[in-house]
Design a protein around this ligand. Structure first.
Ligand SMILES: Nc1nc2c(ncn2[C@@H]2O[C@H](COP(=O)(O)OP(=O)(O)OP(=O)(O)O)[C@@H](O)[C@H]2O)c(=O)[nH]1
Ligand SMILES: [Mg+2]
Length: 385
């Protein structure tokens, strides 16, 4: 597959900073021969923090990152001086990013709002300098605390677009065409299946300056949940939608059957998809006359509101927008009902391999000096001028 700019999946090795060690310095000035311990505290190691940023729409900027490392805390110094804290590493992510543990598939957190910050890995606390351990005997504290160790974690970040309405349909159903007439988005449209290879988002303006976001995803075919066609790779982008708009063309052999196949694929992917509100649009109705529509009406699936539309003539488009808006504003259809289950690790691995993301990041500890517990720096004991 060609190199794509729509990146919704990345694997990153993360490491927080370790805490700086406390100093064991002894105060020895000219006229104060036994000044006692005055070693300062080590600095805190840097955190790894995720921050939601609405200016990002994909994870592309993280694709080649591969690792995120925060700075280590510096050691404490003489005269109770504190070591500097290690620099935090902030990873900016688009809203709708879900984070999993790459080894276990366990769900860790998600970032849904602009400016929202999630502490992924805490930096180690700095060790206390020996002045804290001053006792009556003064001489005692020839040690200070080491800093707390760093933490490591390899994560998978997955983007789930945060659109209000998700378009669900077989290839060629007219999904992209609809998006292009109700929003300013300019998706590719053509008379062959799988024209759309990546999700497109559009803002649909409604009356009085109100608007909602619509996501056009690649077409779904029977067996998609087992990997057929473009497979389930893009289904996750409609997991977050509060409303699903099913689209079946008027010239389909059996509208009801096509609808059921789509529904079945979604529920195989994630049974919670069935909890979402649905609307059915019969597309390309410029090919029908009123008589045919009345006839067709009787064969449609029950329990789902439907509308006949044509993106070409504009038939039913306003009615469709009204229906979508009404459904979106029902209290029962607010999002956040989504339950995060752990990822199936084998599936995760397969997905990663498919994306060429499965090489493990090797981290070298070569440049790092080891913290010796109760480390005593000889220099600290030298007499000063
Ligand atoms: N007559 C008619 N043709 C339409 C209408 N809407 C879309 N089409 C045609 O149907 C074909 C497929 O349209 P697309 O919008 O690309 O379909 P899609 O569902 O996005 O297809 P994939 O991206 O392949 O999943 C194109 O040739 C469109 O011109 C319509 O309302 N009436
Ligand atoms: Mg399309």
């Amino acid at each position: 597959m060609a190199e794509s700019n729509f990146v919704d999946y990345v694997k990153i090795y993360c490491r927080s900073g370790k805490g700086g060690r406390g100093s064991t310095h002894m105060r020895r000035e000219k006229y104060i021969p036994n000044g006692g311990p005055d070693g300062g505290d080590g600095g805190r190691g840097g955190h790894i923090i995720l921050r939601g940023n609405r200016n990002y729409w994909t994870l592309l900027h993280l694709k080649y990152e591969r690792h995120a490392m925060a700075g280590h805390g510096e050691s404490g110094g003489k005269q109770r001086s504190f070591g500097k804290d290690g620099a935090d590493k902030i990873i900016e992510v688009p809203c709708g990013t879900v984070v999993y543990n790459a080894e276990t598939g366990e769900y860790i957190c998600d970032v849904t709002e602009h400016g929202q910050e999630v502490m992924l890995l805490k930096g180690g606390r700095g060790g206390l300098g020996n002045w804290h351990f001053k006792t009556a005997t003064r001489q005692a504290p020839r040690f200070a605390q080491p800093g707390e160790p760093m933490q490591e974690l390899t994560i998978i970040m997955e983007l789930k677009l945060l659109a209000d309405v998700g378009l669900v349909g077989f290839p060629n159903a007219g999904k992209s065409t609809l998006l292009s007439v109700v929003s300013a988005a300019k998706p590719k449209i053509a008379n062959y299946p799988f024209t759309t290879l990546e999700p497109n988002l559009g803002i649909v303006s409604y009356r009085e300056g109100k608007s909602f976001v619509m996501a056009d995803i690649p077409g779904i075919i029977e067996g998609a949940s087992e990997g057929k066609g473009l497979g389930l790779r893009f289904l996750r982008h409609i997991e977050r939608n509060s409303l699903l708009l099913f689209m079946v063309p008027a010239d389909a052999d059996d509208i009801k059957k096509e609808y059921e196949i789509l529904l079945n694929e979604l529920s195989t992917f994630n049974p919670e998809m069935l909890d979402k509100q649905r609307v059915l649009a019969i597309t390309k109705c410029d090919m029908l006359d009123q008589e045919l529509m009345d006839e067709m009406e009787k064969t449609l699936p029950e329990n789902i509101p439907h509308v006949f539309i044509s993106s070409i003539t504009g038939l039913g488009i306003n009615q469709l927008k009204d229906m979508l808006w009404e459904e979106l504003n029902k209290e029962s259809n607010k999002i956040e009902s989504i339950v995060h289950r752990p990822k199936d690790v084998t599936r995760l691995k397969a997905e990663l391999q498919e994306m060429g993301e499965d090489e493990d990041f090797e981290y070298s500890y070569e440049d790092e000096e080891e913290d010796d517990e109760y480390y005593v720096d000889e220099e600290d004991w030298e007499e000063e001028e």
